[in-house]
Design a protein around this ligand. Sequence first.
Ligand SMILES: Cc1cc2nc3c(=O)[nH]c(=O)nc-3n(C[C@H](O)[C@H](O)[C@H](O)COP(=O)(O)O)c2cc1C
Length: 203
Amino acid sequence: MAAHAWFDPAHFFESLNMTSLVDSLLFGALDLPNRILMAPMTRARGTREHVPTEMMVEYYRQRASAGLIISEAIGISQQGLGWPYATGFWSAEQVAGWRKVTDAVHAAGGRIIAQLWHMGRVVHPSFLGGSQPVSASVTTAPGQAHTYAGKQPYTPARALPLEAKDGKGIWITRQWATFERAIAMSRLPAAECSVGRCFTGFS
Ligand SMILES: Cc1cc2nc3c(=O)[nH]c(=O)nc-3n(C[C@H](O)[C@H](O)[C@H](O)COP(=O)(O)O)c2cc1C
């Protein structure tokens, strides 16, 4: 960011012993050149197969000067993705599409981390070939789902069984494989995951 002739923010805040937006920040394993973080925003610019498009490559490339970009939420499986034209991370085409995005951001000098998404009971059956969405228990989300056919009421979710396999539930093991694929694409040695929202390093 260019300093104005009569106001140099870096010098001004330094003289007050304060940090400013344009100061660098050590953010876990990431060394950010400034403190401007781009919030995750689903823009629904993928294909019907949930593959990132060239428009997305350009969108993220244009924003590479942010200290850190947090990607729009990315579905980890069809079971967990119920937003029209949102993108996923379970097919080779989807991963290749995101690779184009991250390559463009890195080439422009930026950093990007992925927000991984499992929408649970708010996935409408029309995304699941008519199957029921899953959740921790049998409940129905309030309100209406966004679908390719407009808004439709949510339907009851089925409770996922936790079948033990290698000390983990089978479902968790399967979803975790996607998470590991994201880490494999990353330049970072570690990632962080929490229930509901899940972040991993692309950068
Ligand atoms: C169009 C749009 C898409 C969004 N998509 C996501 C998303 O994919 N993941 C997420 O965690 N938040 C998402 N958000 C929430 C924004 O990140 C949030 O609005 C932003 O962090 C600012 O916070 P505030 O709305 O509480 O002021 C979205 C918001 C908008 C307006």
